[in-house]
Design a binder for this molecule. Sequence first.
Ligand SMILES: [Zn+2]
Ligand SMILES: [Zn+2]
Length: 1062
Amino acid sequence: MFAIINLDDERSLDRMEWTDDGQLLAITSTKGNLYVYLTSLPMLAATQQTRIAHLTSLLEVTIEDNIQQPGPDTEQPATISVDVEPSYLGLGPYHLAVGMNNRAWFYLLGDNVHHGYSGGLEQLKDREYLGTVHSIKLNADYAAAHFEDKIQLHMHLSVIKNQIEGETSGTTDERESKLFPDKDVNQTHITCHDMTQEFLIFGTDNGGLYYFYIEDWQYVNEFRHSYGVRKLFPDPSGTRLVFIDEKKDGYVYNPVNDLLVEVPDFSPYIKGVLWEMWALDRGVFIAYDEEKIYTYMYSKEHVMGTRCDLVGTTKLPYGQIPIMLHNGEVTLQTQSGKLVTIALDTHSYLFIDTIEGKTTKEERASLNSCLDQCIALKRWKDGWIFCQQLNAKEYWLKLGYASFKCLDIDFAIRVFREQGDVGMVASLMQIRHLEDRNLLSGYLAMYLGEFNLAQDLFLASSKPLSALEMRRDLLHWDSALQLAKALAPEQIPYISKEYAQQLEFTGDYMTALAHYEKGITRQEIDKDHDEVCAAGVARMSIRMGDIRRGVGMASKMPSRVLKKECASILESMKQWQEAALLYEQGGFYDKAASVYIRSKNWTKVGELLHHITSPKIHIQYAKAKEADGRYKEAAEAYKQAKDWDNVIRINLEFLQNPEEAVKIVREVQSVEGAKMVARFFQKLNDYGSAIQFLVMSKCNDEAFQLAQQHNQMEIYADIIGPDATPEDYQSIALFFENEKNHFLSGKFFLLSGQFNRAMKHFLRCDGENSQAIELAIETVGRANDDQLTHELVNFLMGDTDGVPKDAKYLFRLYMALKQWREAGRTAIIIAREEQSAGNYRNAHDVLFSMYQELKQQKIKIPTEMANNLMILHSYILVKIHVKRGDHLKGARMLIRVANNISKFPSHIVPILTSTVIECHRAGLKNSSFSYAAMLMRPEYRNQIDLKYKKKIESIVRKPDKTEEEEPCTPCPYCGFQLAETELLCPECKGNIPYCIITGRHLVKEDMSACPSCDFPAIFSEYIRLMETEENCPMCSEKVIKQNLQKVSDTHKYLNPEEGITE
Ligand SMILES: [Zn+2]
Ligand SMILES: [Zn+2]
């Protein structure tokens, strides 16, 4: 349905008829009226920028501009009535041409157009041409009419008039008119033309494209296309032009650099092309056929070079023709003579309502397609807004790279800076100033990873070396080498070296060798470089099988590393001889030896042996020597490798040197070695030694079995010592139990911690076996078990076998049980018994050891015990001093003993007799008399030894009471002078400790102590005693004179009870 017409005044229609061309429709009504309708106007229009002249009825042309901004100067549509129906229109800045056949009428637009004054257009003189005009183009000063194959270019009459009225110039006449083709462009047929302000542009049927520069009145540009040019469409500036050739292909031509770009996907039915009139959108044009409008973007600058891209298509409404494009909107002429506009689908983003708040997936997808439109149209700033809304890195990168590819570096920098991509910003900042577009594009292509393109661009630029630099940086040595050959031959050696190293790494040794050889410069300055190359040549020669050359070079060169590398290669090639040689030359002795070993060159290994540190090599050598039967060398090599087990083995098995083996086993405590030695002794039937080494090798079970088999259990038991496990001890105990050896069985049960069983065996031992009783006591002490204690006490008391055992065992038992008080009491009893029996030394020793024990346990020593010990010790001292001939000291001690004579009941008379005799000898006449008188008592008199009887009787009969007073020394507590042997200070009532040498009380300034028992003594007297005696009179231990020291800290000796518990 095209249109519906209502005839308001008519009730019904009568007839209707079309004209043959279908343009006019005639209708008659029943009322008798005739109506003629124009159904479709010829679609005739001309444009100048955004201003459009078009046919609005058969005899009316309207000029309008719908793009201009509204304002006081707004141009209103103007209409012009014409006398004939025009077949072509032309519109210039100031003129309208309306024409038919070979005639054209010109109108001056002037200011009245701007004021909407219609009908007042000044009609100028009409003009006739030499043929029927197809089209006419105007600029401000000229008109160009195309008729037949020619163009008539002529100046507007109004311009001529102005020039005549103003200054006339001599050139005016010849510039009034010109016919093309002229003599310069002969024998061609002009097929199309257009005019810009500066140029008349026309195409010809033989492919010519001519730019005639009107100001200079001459051609400035000619281009020859392979096919005839059919149509052409320059942009308003004339610097870009789309033309369609005979083959219906479209091209964009740039007259500035003659660059021709084919328009892609160009429809063969294209009727026309319109350039974007919006000033900011240079490069966009549309082409249209009957169905679609194709939007293209022509990019003069692009990293891939000048290009033209199809952006998209828009459906064209039926029967309408695009006549003007402005900012994505196309003005269409309709068949009814009206103008309508449609928006291009490729520009649809311009017409959406809002982008704010679009967050759903679909909305974001549509924002993304808007961003794609902006990018396709190179409208970066609009793209920025969408990126801000989308707010994700991928979109920013898309925008950044797109602007970057179009060489819009400043904008790309803004985007990458927004994204914080410092590296990219820095890279772009470095090249933004480059004016050489090829160089700039080269860098951009490099950043995009398009290295081949970058290379081409660099090579086409003013700095072709950049291509070489790029390849070097990329380690593309092959390409770099190619470039260096052309651009910088002096770099070839260095690149060759790098390339060779890469080839060596990838295993292409043959090529690597060639490049290493090319790398050598033989320049003094390149010494290090040449060495690297030479080393490479050496390595590659070997790899390629030229071993003599490679080894020769490596030998001559000083580098140890090279020798090692080459040797390693040779080793992998099983070239042992050469590999070892190079290792040796490089000082890699371990490696060299290892290779010699592989090639079984033992002589060389032996020569290198003193350099070798690796135990592995020594072991290998040792094994080889052993296999050869050279055991001594083998043992030595094993020793170097510290492989002791093998040293032991060789010594035992081959060198018949068990002493060495045993020595090593003891030194290094080798378990395996001990086992071997044990086996060795076993073979010799030396079971004792074998057991010993088995124990050493921790083979206790084997040792036990061997001991059992060969009745060597006691040896085993001896050897196993304190380190054995309870299980070991138990095995031994069971063995002896079986043998009915109660003592040993008990001993090992005790060691294995089985106290009950141990006790059972000890109690079965012979009652006289003191060792068994001692161990039984130890058992009780460790077991801490009342039942066991009770059993042992019964045994000791004789309850078990009717034989009471020596009381000292009871004492020991209490000691083992740590029952110190009971032990003390027992000690006193034992001592008393000994004393009664006259065994004074025994009594003394029992009390002494008890005394020491209690002192060690910090337990108070019973006064009775201390006193008894003191008296017994005094008795001991008598013998010592009398023997030495010191009768005075002996006499003093005898006086002390005699005063306690009841404690010596078995020897009352002999002791008193000795006292009388010794006192007499020492000049203590009065004391001698007193004790002699005591002996005269009837109960003693008859017991006096006949030897002394007369003497004693005479002492009593003629009493001599002369006796010097005993010398005094100071009390160590209060300083009071008291008799030397007096132990109780009458002044301070202090009990003064006695000297173990003299029995006198201690003197503070002259004190010492026995190094063994720590009993105190008078220092000077101790020293004197040592002149004749060796042992301490108290503990009977040997005393070394030099160890005797005067003590300065006398406190602990004078206050023995401090820190002691009751
Ligand atoms: Zn005193
Ligand atoms: Zn002592």
